[in-house]
Structure formats: structure tokens, C-alpha cells
Design a binder for this molecule. Sequence first.
Ligand code: FHN
Length: 407
Amino acid sequence: MTNSRIDEFRQRRFGLFIHWGLYALAARHEWVKQREHLTDEQYQRYFERFDPDLYDPDAWAEAAQRAGMRYTVLTAKHHDGFCLWDSALTDYCVSGTPHGKDLIGPFVDAFRGRGLGVGFYYSLLDWHHPDFPIDGLHPAYVEGGTFPDRDVTKYADYLHGQVEELLTRYGPLDTLWFDFSYANRIKQGKRIFGGKGKAEWRSEELVEKIRRIQPDILLNNRLELPGDFTTPEQFQPPAPLSTLWEACQTLNGSWGYHRDNHTWKSPGMLIRMLVDSVSKDGNLLLNVGPNGRGEFEPRALETLREIGDWMRLHGRSIHGAGSSQFQAPQDCRYTQRGDRLYVHVFSWPYRHLHLPGLAGKVRYAQLLNDGSEISMWAPDPKVDNGNVNFFTLPEGTLTLELPVQPP
Ligand code: FHN
């Protein structure tokens, strides 16, 4: 994988995660098969009714682009084992449903057609495959039960074969997002029975195969190998990480479509998460779970629209920006791009804003949202412990023009 791919990943900063599959019909959680211990026969009712007749991937791509998102990652297969493409290795795919048509090709065309990056999420767990051994996370697991011997090497062959299908059918991909390894995961104080990791997935062999087919693709860190980027999930790292990283977050606490969910994050909170990620040299992958008809629900669209309104004015403090060498005060986040320092003020100060260590370094200051100049007072650093001070600040994000810092 080349440095240009890494730079491109960094420049993009903001992406759309999409969790979509049979669980959208259950409309209560993408783990519904496991949480309700549904048998294959009970879960089959969703397969037999999966027909997203309103599916319009260009509408998805338009909503993402307007929100300021620059790439996307779609669940090609989630833990239930259902494949959104017409896989030659299983009948448990979209071609067997009433919908009948490949969903992934049109998706890739729509997002690529707008210049957005494209990646696939692929679940390492598979609660439908007959050779995936029943473990502590499997829907068929009961504490203390006994389970038929299954051949995990056959499942790994299947896994490798499906990844090869995804890498060879849809052109060059930007990322492959595996999920997840749990060889030594402790759950409620006990190691998960039959946990799986790089030994079961044959991760090293898989990565070699992937690099051979698409050398430039970026891999995440969930094959129980370091990967090219790490994936903090549903939390914001307290400080920059030593690796390339991308935080993934939901809009409302559920990855899959959840009809009755009411714990929505506000657009303001999500924008602060995005700013916080970029201020620490990270990306934000924000998730939408489309419904059973193939649409983003109205609340998701409204949230993306509000984020997009902010990004229209502030996008240049996000795209291509990263951390700054200057230390922001507690209630601010700094993002920097070249000689522009962006001061994102999270809790608005009562009249004055004191930015330490910037005295004598700021030539000009303006609000980013309307380009209006901001009056500042930057005395000789020796007389005011290096602060630059702003008075009677209106609401908005400050853009401070700094002289290019010597390398
Ligand atoms: O179990 C999955 C979950 O359904 C979802 O896909 C998230 C997204 O990162 N990953 C796993 C939980 O860590």
C-alpha cells in the first residue's frame, strides 16, 4: 500500500459507514439473530421478504457528499452471513431474495461516480455458514451446551474466497474493514467460549492474498493483526494515536436500522466528534442504517443535512487538516492545514478568548463562517505570558492565519 493512499485517507477525514442487510427488516438491532437466539428457520422470514424496492444508491451518495463525507464503507456481509452481492460460494445472498439483483455494483458506481472513496466491511463471524463453529457469541449457543464439530478451516477457505470475490469484481477499493477478532476476548469476566482470531481466520495468509490482488488497499486492525489503520469504536481517543486511525460512531446507538430508537446524537455533538477526531489526526466514520425499503430514515437525512450545512462553511478546517503543534485551551480544539490554524470553540467564552503561546505569531484573524475580521490583542509575549486575546467574540469558528512554521 502506497503513501499516496495513506495521504488520501487522511485528506478525506470524514466517511459514511452503512450497515444494511436482512436485519433492517427486523428493525431492532443488527445482532437480532443472536440477541433473540433465532434459528436459521426463524430468521429465514427476513430472507424471504428482502426486497428494497426504493433502493437508490445515488440518493445515498448525494446525501453523503452534501454532508461533506468523502468516502464510504458498506457492510457487504454482516454477522448473519447474508451477502449483498451475488456470491458464487453461497446461496445465502441477495440473488436468492425477492430483490434478486446485486446491490453492491450500483452502490460502488454511485459513490465512485461522485468521486467518493469506496470500501467494504466484511464480517469474520458468520452465523449462517454450516462450517462456522458455534461459539459463545453464536445464536445457537447455550451455556454448558454441546455442539456438533465443525471444520473452521473450511469456513476460512470460504472467507478467503469471498474476500477474493469482493476484491476482483468491483475494481480498486480504498479500504477493507474486517470485523472482528475475539480469540482472547473476556465477556462478563469469562473468556468467550470458542473465541476466534488470526489462527482461525488464517489472517496472515489472507493479508498476503489481499496485498497480491490489490496492493494499495488499506486494511483495518480487526484481523488480530496491526493493519493499516486502527478503529476506535463509539469513543473518541483522548489524544492523537501513534497510528493512522478512524473512529466509527452511530447516529443513534444502533448500527443497523432501529425503528423505535430515540437516543439520537445531536448534529452539534457529531460535528464536535468530527472536529475532535481531526484535531487528533484521525478520521470519523459516521454510520447510517438504511431501512428495509432501501432508504435512509428522515431523522438520519436531517442530521446529515445539518452537518452538511456546517461543513459547507467549515469544511476547509476538516478536509486535509490535522493536529496542530499549538496546545489548545480546554474548551477548544485546534485543527491546522498549512499556515491556517482553526480554533474550534466548543464552549463559548464569556467575552474573552485567551489562546496561550500564540502571541506574536498571529498576523490576522477571522471568523470562518462569514470571513469577518476578528479584533485581537496580542501584546509583546514577554508581558502577557504569550497569550493572544480576542474580545466580544460572536459565535463561529475562528481562522487564525499563522506564519508558516519552520520545519
Ligand atoms: O458486532 C459489530 C457491530 O454489529 C458493528 O458492526 C460494529 C461496527 O464497528 N462492529 C462490531 C462491534 O464491535
